[in-house]
Design a protein around this ligand. Structure first.
Ligand code: PBG
Length: 323
């Protein structure tokens, strides 16, 4: 048969396939989320996230070092408080688990980029991401608290802060608070487009941050909307965000792709706990090849347009890529 073009010609050998490959995963694409627990020598496995544990600062250093050794440049820290209250007051404490972990990580691994998650849901007794006024989350009152949290992280030595609360105006509020304290060089990675997703379930086990009543749909985005995603991102750019993020990742590749063409800021995507748990669970059952599916899902997120990927697979994937 006479076919002018045969796409299979360039697929015949791995060497040829490598030459025409359009997308490449690199260890430096990854940011490794970690959970900072109070105390020392603490390691609590998270049941719904096999391979993930809440770690005290001393053990976080070992885990971050292992990731750094295979080429992962950055971690994202979430904190667990010793005590929760109405206002999440421990979130801004210089003695909090995150603040202590940041200090130790920066001391032991100075080249590691330490990013901190700025939110209240892990610290409030009601599990919502802001201050309550009745049964509603009070946007503007929350901004003041979030600013204090971000400043406390910067004071501990954080290289970057990442607000995940989805209050309106929080990027601008954080930028102003950081600048006032002399932290004008600390970048903000904004969870600009964060959907009210059911894929966060396992994370809420890890952070013990499920809302005690209701849900997060009055502040996180409706999964049905993409125009609104562009608007959210545009607002964060105006307010001074340095990196934009889309979250979750795989179910929202269209959103990642659209943001990648519309904006000129670096774009991150968060492969969230539920995405991780699905792959781990199917692999544990022998239903999927864990390594292959992990790499394919990460590659897809990058191909869609993400420059950076937040993933619980960071260490595992980087170790494979570096070989
Ligand atoms: C806190 C926060 C959440 C995640 C990151 N930051 C949970 C939530 O909004 O309920 C989810 C991360 C994951 O599922 O891996 N606001």
């Amino acid at each position: 048969m006479e076919l002018l073009f045969r796409p299979r010609r360039l697929r015949r050998r791995e060497a040829l396939r490598r030459m025409v490959r359009e997308t490449h995963l690199r260890p430096e694409d990854f940011i490794y989320p970690l959970f900072a627990a109070p105390g020392s020598r603490v390691r609590q496995e998270v049941e719904s996230m096999p391979g993930v544990a809440r770690l005290s600062a001393d053990l976080l250093v070992d885990e971050a070092k292992a990731a750094l050794d295979v080429g992962v440049p950055a971690v994202l820290l979430f904190g667990l408080p010793t005590r929760k209250d109405d206002t999440g007051s421990e979130a801004a404490s210089p003695k909090g688990a995150v603040q202590q972990a940041v200090r130790l990580l920066k001391k032991k691994l100075p080249e590691l980029v330490v990013i901190t998650d700025v939110c209240l849901c892990g610290y409030t007794s009601h599990g919502h991401c802001g201050l309550l006024s009745g049964r509603e989350v009070d946007n503007d009152a929350t901004l003041e608290l979030l600013s204090q949290v971000a400043v406390s992280h910067a004071e501990a030595g954080a290289d970057m802060v990442a607000p995940s609360d989805m209050m309106d105006g929080r990027v601008g509020a954080l930028r102003e608070a950081l600048d006032e304290r002399g932290f004008e060089m600390v970048p903000i990675m904004s969870y600009a487009v964060k959907y009210a997703s059911s894929f966060y379930g396992p994370f809420r086990d890890a952070a013990e941050s499920s809302p005690a009543f209701g849900d997060r749909r009055s502040y996180q985005m409706d999964p049905a909307n993409i125009r609104e995603a562009l608007r959210e991102a545009a607002l964060d750019v105006e307010e001074g965000a340095d990196i934009l993020m889309v979250k979750p990742a795989l179910p929202y590749l269209d959103v990642i792709a659209q943001l990648a063409v519309e904006f000129d800021l670096p774009l991150a995507a968060y492969q969230v706990s539920g995405e991780y748990a699905m792959i781990k669970a199917a692999a544990a059952n022998g239903w999927l090849d864990e390594t292959a599916v992990m790499l394919e899902s990460l590659l897809s997120i990058k191909r869609a347009g993400a420059d950076l990927i937040l993933t619980y697979f960071a260490k595992q994937a980087a170790a494979l890529l570096g070989r």
